[in-house]
Design a protein around this ligand. Sequence first.
Ligand code: SAH
Length: 494
Amino acid sequence: MQKNDLIELEITDMGVGGEGIGKADGLTFFVKDAIIGDTICARVTKLKKTYGYARVEDLVKPSDLRCEPRCPQHRRCGGCQIQAMDPKAQLAFKQQKVRGNLIRLGGFAADFIDAVMEPVVGMEEPYRYRNKAQFPIGTDREGNPVAGFYAARTHSIIPVTDCLLGVEENRTILDMVLAYMKENSVSAYDETTGKGLIRHVLIRYGFTTKELMVALVINGRSLPKADRLVERLVTVPGMKSISVNINQENTNVILGQETTCIWGQPYITDYIHLRDCSDDRFALTDTAVAFQISPQSFYQVNPVQTEKLYSLAMEYARLTGTESVWDLYCGIGTISLFLARKAGQVYGVEIVPQAIEDAKRNAALNGITNAQFFVGKAEEVLPEFYARNTSGAESEEETVGNEASISGSGAGDMAHPDVIVVDPPRKGCDPACLDTMLKMQPERIVYVSCDSATLARDLRILCDGGYELKRVRPVDQFSHTVHVECVTCLQRVK
Ligand code: SAH
């Protein structure tokens, strides 16, 4: 067999990245856009000793798990890896992905995982669910500014202003930004040269309030003729906040550190409700918390599923009104404030200062006085707090200059809290954070994760440290992509 050969492949499995997997001539092939159950004619694109890559040339017999994808760009765009898969099959794929990672990477027995794992929570209408979009801006061959998405695994922009996962307002706003750029000769950023001004357009939409926020990420200090853009954007119903974010670094990171509001408020407001998930119907309850969100803060992108996710986290935390709780990686305090309503005391920790400002404001906005928030890395704040607030603990007498070094009434409780909730980014928890969590010996740990591989790794450490995995439930926050969120609960056994 050689590169460029045509082969027939039966797709018998799928990898964690959504690629189809099939065997030919004793070699395992990975094929993008192929789905389990497909028989395909594939062109070999790369060959190694035991495996290779191939491209779908023809669908000989399509899988029963296929459906008609709504987005014509789904194969070119890197965003939706499995949009051609029936939504039910997507859920089964995600359930299997989490299960497989817990077994393979977490070292848990398959029977055990099957006993503790509950079925993935799906959503009814898996399109137009995202409340946030970040469109890169570039220039087409004719020199016109374009907005769109990066083609899979590249940095070339496919012009798309209406992603079907996002709200329809995105297109209106992008068309306005592009028209403003063209009329005023405002350049798009070029990654290869590092020249040009507009890098990205960030749009946020509050599903419950219909408020809109736009932030232009620019490679410069200011936006020329900004009033001409503003006068257009303010005509969009719901527009509440227009900002400029400065990012002059040569980096893939979208947002820079500095944001200036050029019109309206520096935030939008949204509400999150809890849902009663006890009988698995996820019925809306009347417990709502209002959140003000600024451009740089993290906010869950799928509001419908977020309510289910947080409701599960709350259920797993089993609060009665008196508990001391840490919420690590708390963002703008979303989970923290729900926890605070049912706990004695909540401490939130988050690395982004703007998010902590939002969290404090959000606590006040909701009249919540038993939640405190600290800026810093969870893996630094927690160990420093623990060292300072436990007698005879390994307290290195360095000054930490962080608010979390507070002690006094209640601090002892917080050194040995009842519950710790963690919701880290994809890379999971730092070992120093996990180590301190184990030392603090909470009754329960609720681990919310957006990457089941690092979740599996961390759960292994926590279980080896004296905890038992009690409940696992994936929640589909990102339909049509291979990503899946997961809520888990651990109970202390020794
Ligand atoms: N629980 C929140 C945020 C979860 S996202 C919510 O549901 O909205 C993860 C958050 O962790 C982000 O806000 C990110 O800024 C923050 N973060 C990343 N690394 C961190 C670290 N080392 N310590 C504390 N927070 C961190």
